[in-house]
Design a protein around this ligand. Structure first.
Ligand code: F6R
Length: 607
């Protein structure tokens, strides 16, 4: 995810900015840049690592004590020197850096082009520089206010102008922003670790606030202009804790980032009326109408996300959809043909087996859609259509937030295809649309129940074997819950459809064996309860994931992990979170290396 830096003070800005950007590298990025205000504003920026930017700045130094900087994780436009931030208005008098997404990018850009504006990059950020310059009448804060009133989305924006030296103005709309308070100098950053070695006193900018920064400190206002009093936050974290946002591990941080990831993945893509506008998905309505069959192919957690997706496509579109392990599909001589859509899901976009299956699908005439988190990855480059998941870089090797974004991406795709060929059940579709918009809040409420999950984890941490069961979509997330547990806790676990238990595995259920049961599918509820009874009869320890208002489950389960009620088709999205947390807490109790588990690579580029 992009990183932001800003500095106003008595020292040269460039070294402070470059040092801050280095400390934000852990967030992941593909290009970096800084702008420094001296007698004019000068910009240095480059694709690649901060090291390259440092070389550039050494070769051509910048003089000035006010500046802004950025590390970019590409969303609009490929990683390149031109698309790197900062971006300027045509006069070069205003520069901006920005983190997040402007949802109405195309509308704003069309309007500005019609008014004679010309753009040099493919980014949504450059538009903001033009909007601020256009709105400027001698007051930078006012101009920023007028500019952001036109820009929809979730973002943080930082602006500097030659007309008001010694000042930086920034706005936060969801994407994080903090002010570091030094002695006669002030810092801006997207994250505390960027400047923690320079100050331990911070002001946290909240959503919908504008901040005016100078060397004496910062004034925070609401976006409407009402002054806000904010207490200083004194931070005691060491720098390693700070990188993890105060969490013990990246995995936990990333689990907690999921509400924001859902917001980002949906941003600008789903209208209230259900139309899904997916940038980089180019197939037309005729293709969607004539679609013969959907194939999903992937490995590991991405495959598990595909298990949910294939059911979502089937229920929303009532059309043949299957999910295939890429390492199986590539050798199975699959009946893929022209008129089919093959969705290859891969967080990294570099998994060797997934690439091979995707290439095979293309060779056979199918249309290839990449659902990936990495802009410009091999899969993205080779696909006909791309849906970027916008989860931001995932640092923990075990995937959580990328899985979440893959789920959301598939709901969006189903709605996009359904808009062209008709939805099987429009009422269901509108419940899903409504539910998707409500998801960030729902996921947030699951996070608040982490203590209950940590308690249940104590029992699993002592077990040698754990079973995960569910039916339909509940089975799909049981599989992901089981994989997470194996990957990081090294406890043996197995997931199976609840109905399969009695066909053999029941032989292994004895006194005290933990069985995790997922129950978000109303239509299958009673059937799953039958399986629970079979487990209880043999002394199994039932840990259930169930809706808040499910008052039957307490009779059968030893522990219930609650999630907010949603439409059943969205049940897996909230339901998977307690399972991720369960895996995390079991691994923590067992003292494992959670972020770097044994024998698992972040990107599996070998067959
Ligand atoms: C599990 C995990 C792996 C990956 C799999 C595919 O937490 O991360 O199972 O999901 O190796 O990786 P991508 O999605 O990069 O293709």
């Amino acid at each position: 995810m992009c990183g932001i830096m800003g500095y106003v003070g008595p020292n040269q800005a460039a070294p402070v900015l470059l040092d801050g950007l280095r400390r934000l590298e852990y967030r992941g990025y593909d290009s970096a840049g800084i702008a420094v205000l001296g007698s004019t504003i000068e910009v240095r920026k480059a694709e690649g690592k901060v090291g390259r930017l440092i070389d550039l700045t050494e070769a051509s130094p910048l003089d000035g004590s006010v500046g802004i900087g950025h590390t970019r994780w590409a969303t609009h436009g490929a990683p390149s020197d031109l698309n790197a931030h900062p971006h300027s208005d045509p006069s070069g008098a205003f520069v901006v850096v920005h983190n997040g997404i402007i949802e109405n990018f195309y509308d704003l850009r069309d309007r500005l082009i019609a008014d004679g504006h010309e753009f040099v990059s493919e980014t949504d950020t450059e538009i903001l520089a033009h909007l601020v310059a256009e709105a400027y009448d001698g007051d930078l804060a006012g101009a920023v206010r007028r500019a952001v009133s036109q820009a929809e989305g979730a973002y943080a924006l930082v602006v500097m102008t030659v007309h008001e030296p010694g000042k930086i103005v920034a706005v936060r709309r969801i994407s994080p922003l903090v002010v570091g308070l030094g002695d006669g100098e002030t810092f801006l950053a997207s994250d505390i670790p960027a400047v923690l070695h320079r100050t331990r006193d911070f002001l946290i900018v909240e959503d919908g606030e504008l901040v005016i920064v100078d060397s004496e400190g910062a004034t925070i206002e609401t976006i409407e202009g009402v002054t806000v009093e904010r207490d200083r936050l004194h931070v005691d974290w060491d720098s390693e804790m700070a990188e993890k946002g105060g969490y013990d591990h990246f995995m936990l941080k990333e689990i907690h980032e999921q509400p924001a990831v859902v917001t980002e993945t949906l941003a600008g893509r789903l209208e209230e009326d259900g139309s899904a506008w997916l940038d980089n998905v180019h197939f037309d309505d005729a293709f969607a109408r004539n679609l013969r069959r959907i194939w999903i192919t992937a490995c590991g957690t991405a495959y598990n996300a595909g298990m949910v997706g294939s059911e979502v496509f089937r229920r929303l579109l009532r059309m043949p959809t299957s999910v295939e392990y890429a390492h199986e599909m590539r050798y199975a001589d699959p009946l893929v043909a022209e008129g089919d859509l093959v969705i290859a899901i891969s967080q990294s976009g570099e998994t060797a087996d997934t690439l091979a299956a995707a290439r095979l699908a293309k060779e056979r005439g199918a249309r290839l859609l990449a659902l990936t988190n990495v802009v410009g990855s091999t899969l993205a480059r080779e696909a006909d259509d791309i849906l970027y998941t916008r989860a931001g870089p995932e640092i923990s090797v075990a995937s959580t937030k990328a899985y979440m974004a893959m789920l959301i991406g598939q709901y969006l795709l189903a709605l996009r295809i359904g808009a062209a060929r008709g939805l099987a059940d429009p009422d269901l579709a509108s419940r899903v649309i409504h539910g998707l918009h409500a998801l960030p809040a729902a996921l947030e409420s699951v996070m608040h129940r982490e203590a209950e999950v940590a308690e249940a984890a104590k029992r699993i941490a002592e077990a040698d074997d754990v079973y995960f069961i569910g039916r339909g979509l509940d089975y799909a997330i049981a599989v992901e819950g089981s994989l997470k547990l194996k990957e990081i806790s090294y406890v043996h676990s197995e997931a199976m459809p609840a109905g399969e238990l009695k066909h053999g595995t029941l032989a292994l259920i004895t006194e005290g064996i933990p069985v995790v049961v997922v129950l978000t599918q109303e239509a299958l509820y009673d059937k799953t309860v039958s399986a629970i009874q079979e487990v209880k009869a043999r002394g199994g320890d039932i840990i259930a994931v169930a809706y808040d208002d499910d008052d039957r489950i307490a009779r059968f389960a030893d522990t219930v992990l609650r999630i907010p009620r949603s439409d059943d088709l969205l049940g897996p999205v909230s339901g998977v979170v307690p399972l991720q947390l369960l895996a995390y807490h079991v691994a923590k109790i067992r003292g494992n290396d959670i972020d770097q588990p044994r024998n698992l690579a972040k990107s599996v580029t070998v067959e």
